[in-house]
Each structure stands twice: as structure tokens, then as C-alpha cells.
Ligand binder design. Structure first.
Ligand code: NAI
Length: 347
């Protein structure tokens, strides 16, 4: 019987005791499953014994965390975005970091479309008014002045920032709605626009200026941090929509709210915030709390970093992340390595 493999999950996003994980791993694997956001709440002795870490999106893996996992040979992100993992610190310590990019692509693309459709078809406005009076509007007809974002979707321009897996999935969906799809992505392979039938735009400003809907699908990096601020929003059409299912730090949220309030932006659908959970005094919290009946009701839609979520995608993330960790720990094979540029002398 080989030695046990010890895997620690600091911030598990499932309620059970690792049912899927235990089935995949078999009897030689020991699990320590926590549901914490703060590293101080994890016991030192458990981290010290970990052969691998499978992390979701809530636990920050920084230098200090790395110093507490001397035996760890691999960190796997159960998900796509890894901006909360210090790639340089893990790489310098000889720990490969892998992600599981293929678990929720369709969910996030669906969610981006849902945010656009709910705003453009005014579903929340109708729903809220009908919960107050389910009969009146059927008698008198609805009041179109309450639904200023409603437009014909067909023929409008859907602008994608980041033509990767999710961006392409969103492009296919937007096309099915009869939209013209354009994309800005300085790193996408030349020819991807031909394969996907998307018009490629060489700079962000040009995409922002012509799009009726801008949907963000790039990662959070030093380059994309704060990429959409007041100046960029100023380039957008005044009745256009901004959809962010990528990462909160890409967008200046108070600038978005100010632009909607000033009539310089039609509306926004936001799944991700710069700080999660948001602080009580964040502009989005204050605005959302007072949204019903406010002048921008129906123009702002917030969801709680749930774009990825479905029972199927959660099961895939769990399965794929543990398979990835065990593949390396048992066979030395690395799948979806993301810190290659920093990795020295893998443990
Ligand atoms: P991907 O790696 O397949 O695609 C990202 C694309 O962004 C790449 O084509 C890349 O070239 C491009 N890109 C990089 N820097 C850029 C820049 N400065 N400007 C424009 N484009 C740039 O990743 P995938 O799977 O499509 O995921 C995209 C992002 O979606 C993830 O990084 C993650 O942050 C976010 N996400 C959000 C979820 C949610 O629940 N809200 C769930 C899953 C992912």
C-alpha cells in the first residue's frame, strides 16, 4: 500500500464531505476540507502535511500561505480565474499551479447572455411591477417609459473583450440572437476571428465606441486591472450595456453607477465585484439596497459571482480539480499548468 496522499481544500464550495472527491481518489487519499476565507482559520499542522491544495475562489494563496505548505507539490484551482494565487511565489517554491478551465464555460456564457436579455427585455421591471399588481398592466397596457432599455436585439453589435473559451461561447450565443459580434483580444491567435466568424477590432476604444453591448471575458491581470473606468465608459454609446462576468477588478464600479445615473451609460449587468464580499459602504451596496423605485431601477443587475454555477458545473469543477491534482501527485503529469513562467525545480 503506497503512502497516503493528503489533499487540503481551504474554501470548499460544496456542502458535503467530499463525496465526489472520495469516489475519484480512492482509499489512499486523505482529505481535509474547510470552508474558510481567512488563512488564519486553517490549522498549521494540517497545511504542513498537505501534498496538494485544491482551492476555490475565496482563499488567497500568497507568499505567507506558501510558507505554511512545505510539503505541497501541487496547487489546483477548482475553477478558471487564478488572480488570487501568487504565481511567482508558488513558482519560486517549486509548486506547480494548475486550473480547471473546462468546467463552467457554457454557464458563464449563458449568464452573460441572461444579464443582457433581462436588461434589454426589462424582465425585472415587469416582474417587480406585476408582483405589486398582477392585473392592472394587462388591462391598461404596460407603460413603456418604465422600460427604457428595451431595444430590438437583432442587428445590434455585441462587443467581446477577451475571445477565449467563454468569449467564443458568448459569441456563438449572440450570433443566434442575430447580433453582429466583434471582439478585442490582443493575444488571441491570428485567424481565430475567421474560425469563429467574429470581426476583430485592434483596440479597445474602437470596440467600446461601436458596441451596443460590451461583454467582458478576459482574465484579471495587471494589464486588465481597472481597464474599464470613467474614461472608457465615456467612449461607450449612451444607451449601451456593460456586462461583467469576468472579474470585478477590471471595472471601476462606482464609475459605472455614476455613468448610468448621469444617462451616459444605458445599464450594466454585474456578476463580479472588485472586493468580494463587498463592504457595507461600497457604492454598489448602497445603490443596490435603494434600487427599487430609484431612477436607475431596471438599469442595474447584480448577481453574486454565480455565473459559473449549476449542479453540473460544480460537479465538473470538483471532479476535474481532483483528477488534476492526483494526476500530478501519482503520475507526475501536469494538466493546465498556469505558472510555468515562474516555476523552478518543481517539488
Ligand atoms: P480564456 O483564457 O480561455 O480566455 C481569456 C481571453 O482573454 C484569452 O483569449 C486572452 O487572450 C484574453 N485576454 C487576456 N488579456 C487581455 C486583454 N488585456 N484584453 C483583452 N483580452 C485579453 O479564459 P475563459 O475560460 O474564457 O475565462 C475568462 C475569465 O472568465 C476567467 O479569467 C475568469 O476570470 C472569468 N470567469 C468568471 C466566472 C464567474 O463565475 N463569474 C467563472 C469562470 C471564469
Amino acid at each position: 500500500m503506497p503512502d497516503s496522499i493528503r489533499l487540503v481544500t481551504p474554501d470548499a464550495q460544496y456542502p458535503d464531505d467530499g463525496l465526489i472527491e472520495r469516489e475519484i481518489a480512492g482509499p489512499d487519499t486523505v482529505f481535509d476540507i474547510y470552508r474558510e476565507r481567512l488563512p488564519d482559520r486553517l490549522p498549521d499542522d494540517v497545511l504542513a502535511k498537505a501534498d496538494g491544495i485544491v482551492v476555490w475562489h475565496e482563499m488567497v494563496i500568497d507568499d505567507a500561505f506558501v510558507s505554511r505548505i512545505p510539503k505541497c507539490r501541487v496547487i489546483v484551482r477548482a475553477g478558471v480565474g487564478y488572480d488570487h494565487i501568487d504565481l511567482a511565489a508558488t513558482g519560486a517554491a517549486g509548486i506547480p499551479v494548475c486550473n480547471t478551465p473546462d468546467y463552467g464555460t457554457s454557464e458563464v456564457a449563458d449568464h452573460a447572455m441572461a444579464l443582457m436579455l433581462v436588461l434589454r427585455r426589462a424582465l425585472v421591471v415587469y416582474h417587480e411591477e406585476l408582483t405589486r399588481d398582477p392585473i392592472g398592466q394587462f388591462v391598461t397596457g404596460f407603460d413603456a417609459t418604465h422600460t427604457p432599455l428595451v431595444r430590438r436585439i437583432r442587428g445590434r453589435i455585441f462587443g467581446i473583450v477577451g475571445l477565449g473559451r467563454i468569449g467564443i461561447a458568448a459569441a456563438l450565443r449572440a450570433k443566434a440572437f442575430g447580433m453582429e459580434v466583434i471582439a478585442y483580444d490582443p493575444y488571441a491567435s491570428p485567424g481565430l476571428e475567421i474560425a469563429t466568424g467574429v470581426r476583430r477590432i485592434a483596440n479597445l476604444g474602437d470596440l467600446l465606441a461601436v458596441s451596443d453591448v460590451v461583454s467582458l471575458h478576459c482574465p484579471l491581470t495587471p494589464e486588465t486591472q481597472g481597464m474599464i473606468g470613467a474614461e472608457e465608459i465615456g467612449l461607450m454609446k449612451p444607451d449601451s450595456l456593460l456586462i461583467n462576468t469576468a472579474r470585478g477588478g477590471i471595472v471601476d464600479v462606482p464609475a459605472v453607477i455614476a455613468a448610468i445615473e448621469a444617462g451616459r451609460l444605458g445599464g450594466a449587468g454585474i456578476d463580479v465585484l472588485p472586493v468580494e464580499p463587498p463592504r457595507a459602504d461600497d457604492a454598489i451596496v448602497e445603490t443596490y439596497r435603494n434600487l427599487a423605485g430609484s431612477p436607475i431601477a431596471g438599469r442595474l443587475l447584480l448577481t453574486p459571482h454565480s455565473a459559473w454555477s449549476s449542479p453540473e458545473s460544480a460537479a465538473d469543477a470538483r471532479r476535474l480539480s481532483f483528477e488534476t491534482a492526483l494526476l500530478y501527485l501519482r503520475d507526475g503529469s501536469l494538466r493546465n499548468l498556469v505558472n510555468e513562467a515562474f516555476l523552478v525545480d518543481p517539488r
